[in-house]
Design a protein around this ligand. Structure first.
Ligand SMILES: [Cu+2]
Length: 256
């Protein structure tokens, strides 16, 4: 993934004063680590399923200091595609000014402005040239898939290829040339008390957070694979995005 730095004096200054902050993301299903293909899980509706694909975007990361000052990660380097089948994508290396931070905030998905900006401004994780092999993009009006979760389940409706698969392709930034679904969800994780990030003079910090993908089904809404085997660009997508808005939580904060 290409990381784009803004040229100029400000950035040079930042490079000297910023500290390393490693953000690790662990995908879970309930209290178990997510394992693609091999393992079966059960949701609240009593459906047994496995996961074959789990990709999602997080973007626009910012940290709130204990003094109330917010550090916004430069936007050009604040888009990340997390892919369970590519472990390197689950570690995000950031540079953050020293200080004490008590909350982290980010978007699940890609904001509307960046979704519709010129292609030259959409590099790295957002590059759609070459057909985007991960299949995380629809069209100019629909934009990026924010979450792609697929798997098999005996209760899933039989699809056109005769398989019982579920496919949740959730996106929608509000529409480019006509209004459409908005599934942008912004998440804030509280890091107060012992969870606080302390970046002192020589420090490097590691922040581990988890995403519980079971929440896609078992969140504030109960989503059943039998009822919704295929959730794409339609009204059902809101029940899913409202669910995954609650899937992130803090695991640990380490100082080194
Ligand atoms: Cu789709």
């Amino acid at each position: 993934m290409a990381i784009i730095f803004l040229a100029g004096f400000n950035n040079t200054l930042q490079a000297q004063t910023n500290k390393k902050l490693v953000l690790n993301i662990q995908n879970k299903i309930g209290d178990k680590p997510l394992r693609l293909n091999d393992e079966y899980y059960t949701n609240r509706a009593g459906e047994k399923f496995n996961i074959t694909t789990c990709n999602y975007f997080i973007s626009n990361i910012k940290f709130t200091g204990s003094n109330g000052v917010v550090y916004v990660v430069p936007q050009d380097s604040s888009y990340f595609l997390i892919k369970e089948n590519d472990p390197a994508t689950k570690t995000i290396n950031l540079a953050v000014p020293k200080g004490r931070y008590t909350a982290v905030t980010f978007t699940i998905g890609v904001d509307s402005l960046r979704s519709t900006t010129d292609l030259s401004q959409r590099k790295g994780a957002l590059d759609i040239s070459g057909g985007m092999t991960d299949g995380m993009y629809w069209t100019w009006n629909s934009g990026y898939l924010f979450l792609k979760l697929e798997g098999t389940c005996d209760q899933a409706k039989v699809d056109l290829t005769g398989q019982r698969k579920f496919r949740y392709h959730i996106g929608g930034f509000g529409g480019y040339n006509k209004p459409s679904i908005n599934n942008i969800r912004i998440v804030t994780i509280d890091l107060s008390g012992k969870a606080a990030i302390n970046l002192k003079n020589k420090a490097k910090a590691t922040l581990d957070i988890q995403a519980d993908l079971l929440k896609v089904f078992d969140g504030q809404n109960t989503v059943s694979i039998a009822n919704d085997s295929s959730v794409m660009f339609g009204n059902a997508s809101k029940t899913v995005s409202d669910n995954y808005a609650g899937m992130f939580s803090h695991v640990s904060t380490l100082k080194k």
